[in-house]
Design a protein around this ligand. Structure first.
Ligand SMILES: Cc1cc2nc3c(=O)[nH]c(=O)nc-3n(C[C@H](O)[C@H](O)[C@H](O)COP(=O)(O)OP(=O)(O)OC[C@H]3O[C@@H](n4cnc5c(N)ncnc54)[C@H](O)[C@@H]3O)c2cc1C
Length: 219
């Protein structure tokens, strides 16, 4: 481990939608920051995809709305949730969705100059990361957050270069700006949960995967 920590104002951990957006915004506002992320590249599956108007407004602020819209399914093609036997099978019913109900459409149109769209995470992240890099983010892939400690000098995070196995420290001298957003069950949440100030502000989530023959449904 190097004795002198790398200094930065903000350490962003993770290159998901939250971390990548934070980095792009920090770059836009000229705040010195480093983004570390655990793997060698970005999301390889769609995951988060419905992108609401508030999120689109952030992309608009970043000058990325057009790029996002160009890759997204537009709102009018997300008009229904369809319940069916299979993609080509019998349709049981459909509901208006995502602001497309005729009685609600005007509310959405008037609420914002932007529109809801469907932009999968694996398409959004490269747009954000490209913008972050162009705006001055120091991007460190294959770099894992391990732990943090806070003292009078700031927050010192230990991160590990997963290619070499070496660890080094990053000192964030503006800890009040620290941004953590890593989904659930991760190292940074555990580290923060250990600190009294964060107690009660973290919550667990559980994903359930249910397999069923369907025989008992609707009987
Ligand atoms: C299979 C699946 C399907 C999903 N489907 C949907 C959906 O249909 N609709 C929807 O809205 N949402 C969906 N989600 C949820 C959605 O992906 C999350 O809400 C969203 O990704 C959260 O964004 P985030 O930026 O907070 O975190 P994430 O996208 O989880 O990003 C976390 C980042 O932190 C990095 N990281 C983690 N630990 C460390 C560490 N110790 N050091 C450094 N980096 C680290 C990760 O590599 C990643 O880059 C799905 C998730 C999964 C897994």
């Amino acid at each position: 481990m190097t004795s002198k920590p790398v200094e930065t104002d903000v350490l962003v951990v993770g290159s998901g939608p939250a971390g990548a957006t934070a980095a792009a915004l920090l770059g836009m506002y000229g705040v010195k920051h480093i983004l570390v992320t655990k793997y060698g590249w970005l999301a390889d599956t769609p995951r988060a995809h419905i992108t609401n108007q508030r999120a689109m407004e952030v992309l608009r602020d970043l000058g990325l709305e057009d790029k996002a819209v160009a890759q997204a399914v537009p709102q009018h093609l997300m008009a229904n949730n369809v319940f069916c036997e299979s993609l080509a099978g019998e349709e049981f019913g459909r509901l208006y969705s995502w602001g497309n109900h005729p009685s609600r459409k005007a509310d959405y149109d008037l609420a914002s100059p932007t529109r809801i769209c469907d932009l999968p995470q694996n398409l959004l992240e490269p747009i954000l990361i490209e913008a972050a890099g162009q705006r001055g983010t120091s991007l460190c892939f294959n770099t894992e957050f391990v732990d943090l400690v806070q003292d009078a000098d700031g927050v010192t995070a230990t991160v590990k270069d997963r290619l070499s196995g070496e660890t080094y420290r990053a000192l964030t001298v503006a800890p009040e700006w620290s941004i953590d957003k890593l989904g659930t069950h991760n190292a940074i949440q555990r580290a923060l949960a250990a600190r009294d100030a964060w107690q009660g502000r973290l919550y667990p989530t559980t994903n359930l995967r249910i397999q069923s023959s369907g025989a008992e449904v609707g009987t």
